[in-house]
Design a protein around this ligand. Sequence first.
Ligand code: MSP
Length: 653
Amino acid sequence: MSRVFYVTTPIYYVNGEPHIGHAYTTIVADFLARFHRLCGDETHFLTGTDEHGEKICQAARAAGMAPPAFCDQVSGRFRAAWQLLDISNDDFIRTTEARHQRVVAAFLQAVHASGDIYYAEYEGLYCVGCERFLTDKELVDGKCPDHQVAPERRREGNYFFRMEKHRPWLRQYLQEHPQFVRPEGYRSEVLSLLADPVGDLSISRPRARVPWGIGLPWDDTHVAYVWVDALVNYLSAIGYPDGEQYARFWPAAQHLIGKDILKAHALFWPTLLRAAGVPVYQHLNVGGYLLGPDGRKMSKSLGNQVDPLALADQYGPDALRYYLLKDTVYGQDSAVGEAFLVARHDADLANDLGNLASRARALLLRHFGGAVPEPGSPSASAQELSAWGTGLLTRVSPLIENLRFFEALEEVMRYVRRLNVYFSDEEPWRLAREPRRRPQLGAVLYNVVEGLRIAASLLEPAMPRKMAELRASLGLGAADLQATQRWQVTPPGTPIPADAPVLFPKVDVRGAGRIPGAAGARQPGARPREAAAAPSPAGVAAAPEQISIEEFGRVDLRVVEILAAERIPKADKLLKLTVRLGGAEQRTVVAGIAQHYAPEDLPGRRAVLVANLRPARLRGIVSEGMILAAIGAGGRLTLIEPDASMAPGDRVR
Ligand code: MSP
């Protein structure tokens, strides 16, 4: 059944160049849009630029240009950037367009008609960077913490929206809709904001002071406050109030934003929508901040900025897209940099994926005249590959729906690693030396082609360009998610092109870190990163010896209660533990403590679990985390044991 999917990014201010934070949100939106299109969903993907307000006026002045020409220029740079990153947006809205201005007027008129707008004099501290009045509580040392400037005291007549009136409704709505704002941490943040009065929202500026804006329909001496103007883009682009796209797409709207603009989207926007009589959006998806490779907020003065276009230029857009999706945990802050990208690229893409494809291709060309061979009768390992591969979509889809992008990609990459193990276990190069085993050789290559077909379709939303190349290099057709649920789809005899470029040339060979002056670029003479050891999300394992507090913060350490412990046959160092992690959640953990603890001594004790460690199979048991222990002289082990006052699930910092 096809569904409807409408995804938006924030519209970007035209007072700066496209940077990695913009690119990140836009790539995530593109990944989602491409995935939904491949699922057959009716998809609409919107991005654009935010062009009104005082801050843009000031930037135009500083550039010596009139605002319209300035906006045209910078907005054009955003469009060009998204083309370079293969962003497949269906529309690009600019707030200076007539279609937007009309809708802002209609929307504000609807709010006005509800009786929720009044006029008042207001005096407060205004930050031009934020384009809003700040409360005393928000200041740090008298300055705006985001822009590091002292706000100006201003007194002016504004129209106000009775936002406070809608607070009880919004609070209840959030309580009843746990998926409205996600991930969960941001929903709690909004709920705590709503525990106290939120005040009313100033929605206009006197035209005499800010001439660059959209006039209020009932009083043209005032222009709409830039945030109200901007938020309405999500409606204006689809033709609110009576457009056909509005009727179709709005009920399915999902916004993607960065955490700094949570308040505008989780508080101003739903209350304004309600006052205007428009149903609220489905989901607000909140991303964390991308930090410099040193784990600090990116800034010119620290020289730790990471330029997305330079990275895409050097390594290709797909390497950047894949890296950002695989090495960040959506919702959390992540340190990013060129060296992390290179490590990820070489480990996952060059070693695991590209290498397998090129080895399979070489044998197909040499021994089967460049045509896909017959599948033969399936062996036990081939059956395992087919069952695993055809089940991937059902595992990956919910992860994507729930914004767990790195886990979704890791599911596919785990399968690619399994294909590699199959390939080396079957030793096709040895089979090729024995003519009577040719059918077996054909079957192995057939199965690898099928596995790669499935992986290429599932990885298509992350790497559209490279996956098209991969499929072409194996003679496969367009990406097809439905077909990933079937095996033996590729017809035997399908021709494979004789020439195909190396899919992911290893960067270590090419020489990494060559973007001059790039933050996180490898220093000349520095030891190359260990490419084979795939770093954990956010490049933690690939980080230099010192790690930042944010990187450490990504390790989820929890108190657990040991419920049961048993020996594992033929593994004299290992115990299988069953631990409780809070509530009813239980985990199985394989721990190397059998020579230090008797199983019967463990139940009832507390321990510390690394709870977000990727599961691993040890002696046939899936271990879902790691228990911490201190290692003393002579390898003596003692568990790190919180006392009994700590409850299972409590955090360890
Ligand atoms: N124009 C407003 C949005 C209006 S939407 C109705 C705006 N524009 S912005 O250009 O300043 O920022 C757009 C988005 O980029 C924000 O969501 C912000 O969080 C995100 N990022 C800016 N720097 C970032 C990082 N370093 N990392 C991740 N995202 C960050 O706000």
